[in-house]
Design a protein around this ligand. Structure first.
Ligand code: NAD
Ligand code: UGA
Length: 313
């Protein structure tokens, strides 16, 4: 079985991915520095099952400052998820942290990985935010026009992956995830905030008229895409990883009202700078080259997320 490294392992997607890799019989090294984008306790809770597994080894390390080479010793695949996520918080003085955690940390990892003899794949977590807005299903060849500082940093890191592939043959694949939801979702994200506020009967901040739409992707489908990308013979490729459902925020709220049996208190606010009006993935390339097929529809995914959030009350 392989030795796999998951950066950002205490986070929403990283912890879910690491659990699946352990279940598949691999040895997993998890790295995270517990960045304060949300509560450390929540991240530690994400690691609770993993920390009981003998094949899981956690290292509290910051990729901006850590000596990377010992972390890559004998590693076969790197799943690079560590980053500062969040579109709307990437303006102003916080941008520096986005540059450091998203671009510099990725460059340090790639620079060290290029010397490794054991690595046969690096899967980078890119983002739909590299595109900016979209008017319909969008393919990977569409010219990126990020409209948030976060999107600029995710695109820069993705381009670093490409140029380490071109210049040094580093076997990197980039996956552009589209708005991920499900259990453990970050507390700043829409589904988490909306479900929590419906359950506690508090007003929900809705940015704009709620008619913005997203290609919402369930976290288990993202995990599957990572594993497929690690196994795929291709390298230097970029893939859209979207879900089954393309819906507006208003439509999502209606589903959540139905499933919780509670009425949402909607507080419409001005649109947020950096927020694309619509995102929509054309996933034909991932279907063809990775055999990726999203399986979780929105109703099923939301039910699982509501069930998880209810445990907090
Ligand atoms: P998350 O914040 O839950 O997880 C990211 C983790 O990375 C955090 O636990 C954080 O502490 C860690 N981290 C950040 N900087 C680090 C550093 N310098 N060294 C070590 N650890 C560091 O976020 P998430 O939603 O799970 O996102 C994971 C990845 O997926 C990110 O790269 C994000 O840009 C990307 N992504 C997420 C979504 C989404 O909808 N959640 C969509 C597109 C792309
Ligand atoms: C998400 C992730 O947070 C990013 O890390 C990721 O890179 C991006 O997806 C992506 O697809 O690449 P976002 O689409 O903004 O970003 O995800 P949500 O926070 O779930 O927001 C979805 C929509 O709901 C946005 O239009 C947002 O403005 C809106 N929203 C969010 C509200 O109306 N109210 C809220 O309280 C939160």
């Amino acid at each position: 079985m392989a030795k796999l490294l998951v950066t950002g392992c205490a986070g929403f997607i990283g912890s879910t991915l690491a659990e699946q890799l352990i279940k598949e019989g691999h040895t997993v090294i998890g790295i995270d520095c517990f960045r304060s984008n949300y509560d450390r306790n929540r991240k530690e809770r994400n690691l609770s099952w993993l920390s009981q597994q003998p094949r899981f080894h956690f290292l509290e390390q910051d990729l901006i400052t850590a000596e990377i080479s010992p972390l890559l010793d004998g590693v076969n695949v790197i799943f690079h998820l560590a980053a500062l996520p969040g579109v709307r918080t990437s303006w102003g003085a916080d941008f520096r942290s986005y540059v450091d955690n998203n671009i510099l940390a990725t460059q340090r990892l790639l620079e060290t990985a290029k010397e490794s003899k054991s690595i046969n794949k690096i899967v980078y977590s890119s983002s739909s935010s590299v595109y900016g807005g979209m008017n319909g299903p969008t393919i990977e060849d569409h010219t990126p026009h990020p409209i948030s500082p976060y999107g600029v940093t995710k695109l820069s890191a993705e381009q670093l992956c490409q140029l380490y592939h071109i210049n040094f043959g580093l076997p990197v694949q980039s996956l552009r995830y589209f708005t991920v939801f499900g259990p453990r979702q970050r507390p700043d994200m829409a589904f988490h905030r909306i479900i929590t506020r419906i359950l506690t009967e508090q007003p929900i901040p809705i940015y704009g008229d709620g008619e913005q739409s997203r290609d919402f992707t369930f976290v288990d489908d993202i995990v599957t895409a990572n594993i497929l990308a690690a196994h795929a013979p291709s390298s230097g490729e970029i893939f859209n990883i979207g879900g089954i459902s393309h819906l507006t925020v208003n439509e999502v709220i209606t589903i959540m009202e139905k499933q919780t049996g509670k009425k949402a208190l909607k507080n419409y606010l001005p649109p947020q700078p950096g927020d694309p009006k619509h995102t929509w993935a054309d996933i034909s390339k991932a279907k063809k080259l990775l055999r990726y097929e999203p399986t979780f529809d929105i109703e099923k995914g939301i039910a699982l997320q509501i069930e998880e959030i209810k445990k907090d009350f």
